[in-house]
Ligand binder design. Structure first.
Ligand code: DGT
Ligand code: CA
Ligand code: CA
Ligand code: ZN
Length: 575
């Protein structure tokens, strides 16, 4: 089930949107948004807190605490219901379009009675916006592009929320009597950044109890098709779930088949045919006699094809079959290989938790080391100063080694300016153990200037890691345009690591870019970029993405023992 924190976060965000759309003051909308974020990122379950407990959450005052309590007691917030009644749901949909703010959405609704994304698309095509003030050619282009981004993302669900739903379903079905095995397969098991639908498998003698259980789960909003072999349902958020119940003897073959990808399966089937075998979701069979030769485990199926077991994240027909045949599959990095997190924030800048709370939680995750990297002064809204960061450094040194012996590195996240400059001078940067540098603005410089900007950041001897290198936001913003081969070459030449940012809406670098960067001999850092305690757990999405980019522990600097990492940080990491 989603945590009550997440439900309240969604509701407060909706309220902030509604306030903004209905022309309420921007300050109020912003306050609700801040509270929403703080509640979503709060480690304790809010349903266990009373009014005083709630008010200890940053950005939550008396009035918001009251609304939360009302929601926990009644399942609704009157103020939200009230605003919902005034604004058709479609208008809220409009502000989901990247590039379209609440003010513009309201204008479209009031002046042209546009109340859905498809109506807006039609209006643009019909040139009906031309006379509306503030909707010139350029704005219309932006909106058209925003709608396209939304549509491309709309049909697919982000990895993190698909995983939540899948784990809930697998948990429930595992408890049904007669369940021998239960797991999810498909693109989710391959850790693709977005998922089209969930493919859940159960191994059991009888299928009926599982089909019935799925239809009755709390997440199920609608039954699409119900059968004895396969049942499909849809969740309230529109995610389809396909459940297949297979005989226990076919478990391995079914997992292999339904994990895919399709392209990978075509290759394995072709190998089977060449060996005089036939591969299906039921097993691997001798073509002549029809007898089963392997089906119980995936390992067995792959072995009979002359292949080692292939990690699901590699199964995209991107060379894994050839590598497997040569005995050269990479030993991909796993979550257990990660020794520390090298990009994290505290409430000294835009994080939600104190340094102490973040360090405590990181130590509890078993990290051997941990870097604190709050924003440098370039992001002016964070109001960072040299005094503040030096005071933090002192505290970091005091805490170093005191929590389960976890070692602390004091770092910063620099802002890369338009010309590739960073926001502290060299003498001051020399005092940090680690500097991450990232782009936060000026995304439209054009390819040449952007390439020079990134290369210059790499050439800065104090920059160790480029954070979320492309700045893409999945489904909302495309990455910046640069000659990436040139940037990757600069990283390799200067010993600058590239981040695999694990935030589920970033996953930046993405898998294909990692594969390319790896060809240049670049090193990587898989980081959570956590702004709250729960975010620390998002590292798994970064690890999945790193696996999809074929990274081994040796490629990833934060799997290294601390001494080796420190050497890399000191020497600028040249190979
Ligand atoms: P998705 O759901 O679009 O994110 O991607 P997948 O990979 O989960 O695709 P899906 O749900 O259509 O099917 C799950 C797996 O089942 C797929 O990865 C491979 C296997 N599969 C489905 N249809 C076919 C097919 O026509 N041929 C082969 N070889 N495999 C298939
Ligand atoms: Ca699927
Ligand atoms: Ca499917
Ligand atoms: Zn950051």
């Amino acid at each position: 089930m989603p945590r009550p924190n997440d439900e309240v976060e969604a509701l407060l965000r909706e309220y902030a949107d509604l306030v903004a759309i209905t022309g309420g003051d921007a300050f109020k909308a912003r306050a609700y948004e801040k509270a929403a974020r703080a509640i979503g990122g709060y480690p304790a379950d809010i349903s266990t807190l009373d009014a005083d407990g709630l008010r200890e959450i940053p950005n939550v005052g008396r009035s918001i605490a009251e609304k939360v309590i009302e929601y926990l007691r009644t399942g609704a917030m009157a103020v939200v219901e009230e605003r919902r009644a005034r604004i058709p749901a479609g208008v809220r949909e409009l502000i989901a379009i990247p590039t379209l703010g609440p003010k513009k959405a309201l204008r479209l609704y009031e002046d042209l009675h546009i109340s859905s994304v498809s109506e807006l698309a039609a209006a643009i095509e019909a040139d009906a916006l031309a006379d509306l003030k503030g909707f010139g050619e350029k704005t219309q282009d932006n909106i058209r592009h925003g709608i396209e981004l939304l549509r491309r993302a709309g049909a697919r669900v982000p990895l993190a929320s698909a995983l939540d739903t899948a784990e809930e379903i697998v948990g429930e079905l595992s408890g049904v009597r007669g369940c021998e095995r239960c797991a999810y397969a498909g693109s989710l098991r391959r850790m693709r950044e977005t998922v089209g639908d969930l493919d859940v498998l159960v191994a059991a003698g009888r299928s009926a109890p599982f089909m019935a259980a799925l239809c009755e789960l709390p997440v199920t909003a609608e039954v699409v098709a119900r059968g004895t072999k396969k049942t499909s349902v849809r969740t309230a958020r529109g995610l389809q779930v396909d459940l297949r119940v297979v005989p226990p003897a076919s478990w391995g073959a079914a997992m292999q088949y339904f994990t895919g990808s399709k392209a990978h399966n075509i290759r394995t089937r072709t190998i089977a045919v060449r060996l005089g075998l036939k591969l299906s979701e039921y097993g691997l069979f001798d073509t002549g006699s029809g007898t089963a030769v392997a089906s119980r485990t995936e390992e067995e199926v792959y072995a009979r094809l002359g292949l080692p077991w292939i990690p699901p994240t590699l199964r995209e027909d991107r060379g894994e079959i050839e590598a497997a045949l040569r005995g050269e599959l990479p030993r991909v990095v796993t979550e257990r290989d990660i020794r520390g997190d090298l990009h994290t924030h505290t409430d000294l800048t835009d994080g939600l938790a104190s340094l102490e709370a973040m360090v405590e939680a990181a130590a509890a995750r078993g990290h051997a080391y941990y870097a604190v990297t709050d924003h440098a002064p370039g992001l002016s809204m964070q109001r960072m100063t040299e005094e503040k960061i030096l005071a933090q450094r002192e505290r970091v040194r005091e805490l170093d080694g005191t929590r389960r012996r976890m070692r602390l590195l004091h770092g910063t996240e620099l802002n890369i300016g338009p010309d590739g400059e960073v926001d502290w001078p060299a003498e001051f940067l020399a005092g940090f153990d680690l500097c991450v540098a990232s782009l936060h603005s000026h995304f439209d410089l054009g390819r040449g200037a952007m390439t020079r900007r990134l290369v210059r950041a790499c050439e800065n001897p104090y920059v160790h890691v480029i954070g979320h290198p492309t700045t893409r936001l999945i489904g909302r913003r495309e990455g910046v345009d640069a000659d990436w081969d040139e940037v990757f070459a600069a990283c390799a030449r200067t010993g600058t690591a590239l981040e695999v940012n694990a935030q589920p809406d970033r996953l930046d670098l993405r898998d294909e870019d990692i594969l390319r960067a790896r060809e240049h001999g670049v090193r990587f850092a898989v980081n959570s970029d956590a702004h709250s305690v729960p975010h620390l757990g998002q590292l798994r999405f970064g690890v999945g993405t790193a696996q999809r980019g074929w990274l081994t522990p040796d490629d990833v600097i934060n799997t290294w023992p601390l001494a080796r990492l420190r050497r890399f940080l000191r020497t600028g990491g040249r190979r």
